[in-house]
Design a protein around this ligand. Structure first.
Ligand code: PA5
Length: 462
């Protein structure tokens, strides 16, 4: 397995960045010490069994069992409809797109439906021939209203198409013991796979949450895990100054805590990376956006931009707008296509574009944008990932899981909980009339009802 990732931190060094935005040698040393201490604290939580994501790359036996199940499903069905949201969906979408998009591998067509917007979900459901579709409903808690509503609709459609054998077209992925999904699996005898209780949604892509649909779509989960294992080993063995996880954690925690930048922009160059950015966005926002025990808040708004498209919409702001951002540029080292641009006979002033690969222009745009931001003294990390194959993607995702965990620990918060998301989920369920939640519903309605009004409604026709 030949893997290569290039992390270029030179544009955060004081020497290379004017305007006092860069890290001095002393700050970098301090950051590395902070990151190392934080990593040890996470490692202790891991050793006690509280945190499970570092183990996922090593669960090869379970991965093989999932591959067998995926092969069985592929023989029987032509389509897989995945129901789930947040951490139960974004990792699968990211990997599917990164390795070339659904259909790039010789597997079944996998669609991830991660919204209950009726104008999105109902047409997606209708478009699936339910006789040849397997529904995979994923919810670690089993109490997410969105996924439960999707599941009810999907079961109705499965019953209509398959009658009494509808259960054979359904697979659940959920907690091994708790929640409505587990209860249903036990009561109805539905095939179910477990999410390890010590792995949170946004850290679960390498568990059955991601591995089952990915294996079904033909992605090599063996190589995905091998890449993540490589990163895990590298992280455990390398000295801080040579360790990509610790170095990155030192840098990002600096721009979160010491020279706080409220916004972290990922600018991606390469097909599929925009979905990886979506996955990272949840990881970064939900893990780091927290209140500390002393009541102070911390967090960094993750923003996404797609190169080169968004050079023509965002980069003006990045360059001349407020210096409130840290940038991470991500690119595949090797793309797939090799097409050449023909000689531009009609526009002599554009002659330099002709007779060379289109990729040369893409690369020049990447370098040019980095150069422009450097000239504007914006702190910037540049990461190049070998290519969009499973092993590289596995290594890259696992790298970010560790960086997020370590930066969270540096910030004095728990990167693995999500009290804010839970609060919103509870209110939504109460508003829908959840049993035993009437007090919460009343409280919410009262508080919204006592708002000072500030509403403007406009209607045409009088
Ligand atoms: O990262 C998280 O924990 C969340 O984003 C969850 O994944 C998301 O809310 C869905 O939860 P569940 O899998 O319990 O339905």
């Amino acid at each position: 397995m030949d893997l290569e990732l290039r992390f270029d931190f030179s544009l955060i060094l004081e020497k290379n960045l004017r305007g006092g935005e860069g890290l001095s040698a002393a700050q970098l040393r301090g950051g590395l010490r902070r990151a190392e201490k934080a990593a040890l604290a996470i490692a202790r939580r891991h050793a006690s069994g509280e945190i499970g994501f570092p183990d996922l790359p090593f669960r090869e036996k379970e991965a093989r069992a999932l591959c067998r199940e995926a092969a069985r499903l592929r023989e029987r069905f032509g389509h897989m409809l995945v129901l789930g949201i947040g951490g139960s969906a974004l990792g699968t979408k990211a990997v599917l797109e990164a390795v070339g998009g659904p259909g790039a591998r010789k597997g079944m067509a996998v669609t991830v439906a991660d919204n209950v917007d009726p104008d999105f979900f109902l047409p997606v459901l209708r478009a699936h021939p339910m006789k040849s579709t397997v529904v995979v409903a994923i919810s670690k808690s089993g109490t997410t209203a969105e996924t439960n509503a999707q599941l009810s609709l999907a079961i109705a459609a499965l019953k209509k198409a398959n009658g009494r054998s509808w259960r054979e077209s359904l697979v659940l992925v959920t907690d091994p013991e708790k929640g409505a999904f587990r209860k249903m699996a036990d009561a109805e005898g539905i095939t179910a796979f477990s999410v390890p209780p010590n792995v949170g949604g946004r850290f679960s892509v390498l568990s059955p949450v991601g591995l089952l649909p990915l294996a079904a779509s033909g992605v090599s989960v063996g190589r995905l895990l091998a890449g993540a294992r490589w990163m895990e080993t590298l992280f455990r063995e390398r000295e801080p100054a040579e360790n990509p996880v610790l170095f990155a954690s030192a840098v990002y925690s600096h721009y979160l805590l010491e020279n706080p930048k409220p916004v972290h922009v990922w600018m991606t160059y390469g097909r599929g990376l925009e979905r990886v950015a979506e996955w990272w966005q949840q990881l970064w926002a939900e893990s780091l956006g927290k209140r500390r025990p002393d009541g102070t808040s911390v967090g960094q708004t993750p923003a996404r931009a797609v190169g080169v498209t968004d050079q023509h919409s965002q980069v003006q702001l990045y360059q001349d707008g407020p210096p409130d951002k840290i940038y991470t540029f991500v690119k595949w080292m090797k793309g797939r296509e090799k097409g050449m641009v023909p000689p531009a006979g009609f526009a002599p002033e554009m002659a330099m574009l002709g007779r060379r690969p289109l990729r040369d222009l893409f690369e020049a745009e990447f370098e040019g944008t980095i150069g422009a931001l450097r000239n504007a003294a914006r702190p910037l990390v540049r990461i190049e990932v070998g290519s969009g194959d499973e092993a590289h993607v596995g290594a890259f995702l696992h790298f970010w899981e560790w960086v997020t965990a370590v930066v969270g620990e540096c910030a004095g918060i728990d990167p693995f909980d999500q009290p804010g998301v839970e609060e919103g989920k509870k209110i939504a369920r109460a508003l829908m009339g959840e049993k035993g939640a009437s007090a919460r519903r009343e409280r919410f309605i009262r508080s919204m009802g006592s708002r000072a009004p500030a509403e403007i409604r406009v209607r045409s026709g009088g």
